[in-house]
Design a protein. Structure first.
Length: 251
């Protein structure tokens, strides 16, 4: 890795071809699940966003977002973010998100949303703890069946991340502080979940965790709670921290 990773906006078909190649390397999708280059082109042309992370001349990550509209409120939906395996755990995903935030604010958006797998501990920690997003909506089997082996054959359940870009919470988190939280419930994701998903003999354990957590998270949301924090212990187990979202951004 070179000393400086550069993140810049992408606009050319040749650059979007590299995004397609990265999807294969990161998720090992079959052709039916790949997002083609013309979708990246459309995202760029209609007011969305396509960003690439480069180590020298090599693209090592990208992020793609599309403009969205829900309940009378426009937002940027961050549809995909990928970083090559050998570049993970170096803060590049966070840097791509922060670059997306800068671009979204420049376009007049005050909200970014995306979906994430509730069983992916590192991703949840980034979204909630490092970026300051919240979650209060859950969709079971969001994408239907997936050809990515990372899904482990499980339903593609997803939580929605809401990133209120101008909120006190986000400003506090990005400044290195901790937002005020009063936790009412927790939902745990065992560190062994990755092994269980990858091993056919243990996949029923992963499925059981997914089903139990789906029920717990949906019940908490139905009672007006949101995911406002996320912890990881020394063994790597993750824990959703549920409480009241006390700012006034509601759509």
């Amino acid at each position: 890795m070179s000393t400086e990773i550069v993140i810049r906006e992408l606009s050319e078909l040749s650059e979007f071809d590299l995004c397609v190649d990265l999807q294969l390397k990161v998720w090992n999708y079959s052709e039916q699940d790949l997002v083609p280059r013309r979708v990246f082109l459309v995202a760029y042309r209609i007011g969305g966003q396509v960003l690439g992370a480069y180590d020298g001349e090599r693209m090592i990550g990208f992020a793609m977002g599309l403009p969205g509209f829900r309940n009378g409120h426009s937002y940027l939906h961050s549809h995909m973010l990928a970083v090559l395996p050998e570049y993970r755990n170096g803060g590049i995903g966070r840097r791509l998100k922060l670059a997306q935030r800068d671009g979204a604010l420049a376009k007049g958006f005050d909200l970014m949303e995306w979906t994430y797998d509730p069983l992916e501990i590192k991703n949840a920690y980034l979204n909630i703890t490092k970026l300051g997003a919240i979650s209060r909506r859950y969709k079971a089997d969001f994408y239907g069946s997936s050809t990515s082996p990372l899904q482990g054959g499980l339903p593609t359940d997803r939580l929605y991340a809401e990133w209120w870009l101008k909120s006190d919470r986000v400003k506090t988190v990005l400044a290195g502080g901790k937002p005020r939280m009063e936790i009412e419930r927790t939902v745990e994701v065992p560190a062994a979940i990755y092994e269980w998903k990858a091993n056919g003999a243990d996949r029923d354990k992963a499925a059981a965790v997914q089903a139990a957590n789906r029920e717990a998270l949906q019940a908490a949301f139905a009672h007006g709670l949101s995911v406002i924090g996320y912890d990881r212990d020394a063994e790597g187990t993750g824990r959703f921290l549920m409480g009241r979202w006390d700012e006034d951004q509601v759509i």
